[in-house]
Design a protein around this ligand. Structure first.
Ligand SMILES: [Zn+2]
Length: 314
């Protein structure tokens, strides 16, 4: 039996995969990189494994998917092992390309820019997850989160919900009742995906909620956007004169809050800010005057002390 002094690319590859199985990824990366250097191939399995290791902790960054996509496109073999997971190259390539788009769109969604276009692109992407992956589970989720419950179909429901939530955000400023409709649709998708949809339900109720402003009497729909509830002291006589029901309500049932439209609310809060700022300035100038008076007294006392000391020493 020949004694092997140097490990060849295959030995390094097996060693790398053993380390992946044990969860020692940075060691595995070093060994796999050596294997790539020995065999001189960016087109071998080790390169795809290195690309996967480099994705750890960065799954919300689009760039990490670009590296994997390039490695998979170069890869000669149809399948490979990553630790205990057997990976089909083409399946992972499709998933990586879709996920790259998903992560990019989710970043745009969070930035709230071009929400209508983002919503449309999310819908197209959702359908592609359904058509191209369907009931198969996502390999990236299996590898990185040990989760085989996320499928192309569950991504479809998830992305459709996000799409309608983005649409809701894009119209709520002009049309809260339309936004409420979109939230209801989003809630339906979340429920089909096994989620509660309670956040959608809360927004649906708030956006559909209408009141009559206690101050100006205007009707306003969309709680938290176009009108607010403000704590107030409502006496029984005033409670009798007001309403807590239907779209003309101007106070809550317990007579502890009044409803105020955004315009009145902002006017009152801006005026309150001005008054508070005035008090702040007045208090600061009084403090400065007091400081100057104290400083003058201290100086006068210091002078007296030094005079007394001089008298005593003479
Ligand atoms: Zn008002």
């Amino acid at each position: 039996m020949a004694f092997k002094l140097f490990k060849n690319g295959d030995d390094l590859y097996s060693e790398g995969n053993e380390l992946i199985k044990r969860g020692e990824f940075s060691k595995a990366r070093g060994v796999l990189q050596k294997s790539i250097n020995k065999e001189g191939g960016v087109n071998d399995v080790a390169a795809a494994q290195v690309a996967l290791i480099d994705m750890m902790g960065k799954l919300d960054k689009p760039d990490c998917y670009s590296g994997l996509i390039a490695a998979l496109k170069n890869l000669k073999s149809d399948d490979f092992d990553f630790g205990l997971t057997h990976v089909d190259r083409d399946r992972l390539l499709v998933e990586a390309e879709l996920t790259f788009r998903k992560v990019s769109l989710m970043i745009q969604r969070a930035q709230k820019k071009d929400l209508e276009a983002v919503s449309k692109n999310l819908e197209v992407l959702a359908q592609e997850f359904q058509e191209k992956i369907g009931s198969d589970h996502l390999i990236i989720q299996e590898i990185f989160n040990n989760d085989t419950t996320v499928t192309g179909t569950s991504e479809f429901f998830n992305l459709m919900a996000v799409s309608f939530e983005a649409l809701s955000d894009s119209v709520v400023w002009e049309n809260p009742s339309k936004a409420a409709e979109y939230e209801q649709i989003a809630m339906g998708y979340r429920k089909q995906n096994g989620q509660s949809g309670s956040a959608n339900e809360a927004r649906f109720k708030a956006y559909n909620n209408t009141c009559k402003c206690w101050l100006c009497g205007r009707l306003a729909s969309g709680e938290g956007i176009h009108f607010y509830s403000a704590p107030a002291d409502i006496s029984p006589a005033l409670a009798l004169e007001s309403s807590c029901e239907g779209t003309s309500k101007n106070r809550d049932e317990e007579s502890k809050h009044i409803y105020i439209c955004r315009a009145c609310y902002s006017a009152v809060s801006k005026r309150a800010d001005e008054i508070a700022y005035g008090y702040h300035q007045k208090a600061m100038s009084e403090m400065r005057a007091m400081e100057a008076r104290l400083q003058a007294e201290i100086s006068s006392l210091q002078r007296e002390i030094s005079t007394l000391r001089m008298m005593r020493s003479n």
